[in-house]
Design a protein around this ligand. Structure first.
Ligand code: G1P
Ligand code: ZN
Length: 543
């Protein structure tokens, strides 16, 4: 081994966002940009309980290059064992599983999730800690501080690893082990779900379309759905991962998975449609003639989890991010389960899962997961839906409608205003925050404000407090609007406005979502003037 210490100068923009450091590829290609961030991770992360590192990414452009550099740096930074997915591939939940299974001190995951890939598109580096989850604020904060002070990084420039051949290579002080990215993950899914029952469902003629969006879940989905669960070949679409995701956004929503959506709206279409994102942690669920919002999906999965082997004895509790609709709260209340409301970002679920406070968690942004890993998990959500469908022998629509009858319906939408100039967006949020004390009790268009607050979260496990996690305006009729700025965008600022109205049922459960929310939007705009402040009347994306 030849360890070199190379001089470098700090960058001032390496603050990890909602899920790691995310920038355009050319930004990452600046000299030492990757090395500085990776060295800062190695400097900050304690090598406990072992000196093993898990490494992989979603296969996007620049993935392989960075995998090579991280291995060369790991060799010079006191790692003893690097477990890397073949070809540099690991889905985010598969990486989380490997960290836990191998007792690693952490994992480096290369992904920009659902953002596009390619030479001028997005890239990201994320560090997960020994519990398998995204590094908590204390660690990402320390990494950021380190990036601002760094003056040198260490590397073994002679190391190059064949990422295609499975098995171990002994490089002296470091063992590099190339593993099948799918094997351990698929085995975990077989532990959680009764594959025999889901196989029977497919054998009965039930049809599914799964869109892997040319992203990382392709190989996982082929193996699990088509091989192990015997769904017919062709069930998995766009199942070959590409560095640029075929030129599309690997974002499983109704805009980017439009073909799937259109097929699901046809009478002769499949019975069940699903998709996952770039790195395999998000999910989209569509039934025949019906889209299931992620907030509703969380509620339905929680209410029906007992239909799956792993959750037959019931759940410990439910957690949702603050902007996620309160549909899951109604389930928790009815089932007598604790419910936790956390800031946006999966890392806030980590302590709740580690301590056994909750079993299942979800975010409105198509993220659902449970205590089997410490990341949201796209294929897991699809499998839990399949387990429920196999057991209840009803359609997705039937299940959803019965759910609303029982618990009421939370009409919900998220409006994204993208690429707003950063100073404009920040000024609006500051003005809104200043306005909060005056909003209480005010009314517009028939909606009266009950409370208006700047959301802060106190972690019930470690007592840490995270402030300024979104502005929440609650109305007397149970409606709600939330404003926050995205922490994952790479250009300008994205303002997210989350809107929600509750219908207790049994009437009013089949209204048009837009019709239900329009009056609320007008009321909120009359109160806070957000459209004028940012100079936009219509959102770029509605989910
Ligand atoms: C977005 C989602 C959030 C999710 C994150 C990472 O973050 O809103 O729920 O955890 O991506 O997938 P945002 O851009 O809103 O900060
Ligand atoms: Zn993702």
């Amino acid at each position: 081994m030849t360890i070199e210490t190379r001089q470098t100068k700090p960058f001032d923009d390496q603050k990890p966002g909602t899920s790691g450091l995310r920038k355009k590829v050319p930004h990452f290609q600046q000299e030492n940009y990757v090395e500085n961030f990776v060295q800062s991770i190695f400097d900050v992360a304690p090598k406990e309980p072992s000196k093993t590192l898990i490494l992989g990414g979603d296969g996007r452009f620049f993935n392989r290059e960075v995998i090579g550099r991280v291995i060369a740096m790991a060799a010079a930074n006191d790692c003893e064992h690097v477990v890397v997915g073949q070809g540099g591939i690991l889905s985010t939940p598969a990486a989380s599983n490997l960290i836990r299974k191998r007792g690693a001190f952490g994992g480096i995951i290369l992904s920009a999730s659902h953002n596009p890939g390619g030479p001028n598109e997005d890239f990201g580096i994320k560090f997960n800690t020994a519990n398998g989850g995204p590094a908590p604020e204390s660690v990402t904060g320390a990494i950021f501080e380190r990036t601002k002070a760094i003056s040198a990084y260490r590397i073994d420039p002679d190391i190059s690893v064949d990422l295609e051949t499975l098995g171990e290579t002994d490089l002296g002080d470091l063992i590099v082990e190339v593993v099948d990215p799918v094997a351990d993950y698929a085995a975990l899914m077989e532990e959680l779900f009764d594959f025999g029952k889901i196989r029977d469902l497919f054998e009965s003629g039930f049809t599914m379309a799964f869109d892997a969006m040319h992203a990382v879940t392709g190989p996982y989905a082929h193996e699990i759905f088509e091989k192990r669960l015997c769904a017919p070949e062709g069930t998995v679409r766009n199942g070959t991962p590409k560095e640029d995701f075929g030129g599309h956004h690997p974002d499983p929503n109704l805009v980017h998975a439009k073909t799937l959506y259109n097929d699901m709206m046809r009478s002769d279409g499949p019975d069940f449609g699903a998709a996952s994102d770039g790195d395999g942690d998000r999910n989209l669920i569509i039934g025949k003639h019906i889209y299931v919002t992620p907030s509703d999906s969380l509620a339905v999965l929680a209410a029906n989890a007992k239909h799956a082997k792993a959750y037959a004895d019931g759940l410990k509790g439910i957690a949702r991010s603050m902007p996620t609709s309160a549909a899951a709260d109604r389930v928790a209340e009815a089932m007598g389960l604790p419910i936790y409301e956390t800031p946006t970002g999966w890392k806030f679920f980590g302590n709740l899962l580690d301590e056994g406070y909750v079993t299942i968690c979800g975010e409105e942004s198509a993220g659902t997961g449970a205590d089997h890993v410490r990341e949201k998990d796209g294929l897991w959500a699809v499998l839990l839906w399949l387990a429920i469908l196999a057991s209840r022998k009803q359609s997705v629509r039937g299940i959803l409608e019965e759910h609303w009858q029982q618990f009421g319906r939370n009409y919900y939408a998220r409006h994204d205003f993208e690429e707003v100039e950063k100073p404009v967006a920040e000024r609006f949020m500051a003005e809104l925050t200043a306005m909060l004390p005056q909003l209480g009790g005010k009314a517009a268009e028939g909606f009266q404000v009950r409370s208006a607050t700047d959301f802060a979260y106190k972690d019930p496990v470690d007592g840490s407090v995270t402030e300024h996690q979104g502005i929440r305006i609650r109305f007397e009729d149970g409606s709600r609007a939330v404003f926050r700025l995205s922490g994952t965008g790479t250009v300008g600022a994205t303002l997210r406005v989350y809107l929600e109205r509750f219908a207790p049922g049994p009437d009013g459960l089949d209204r048009d979502v837009g019709e239900m929310l329009d009056p609320l939007i007008e009321a909120v705009d009359a109160l806070v003037g957000y459209r004028r402040a940012i100079g936009r009347m219509e959102p770029d994306v509605v989910t």
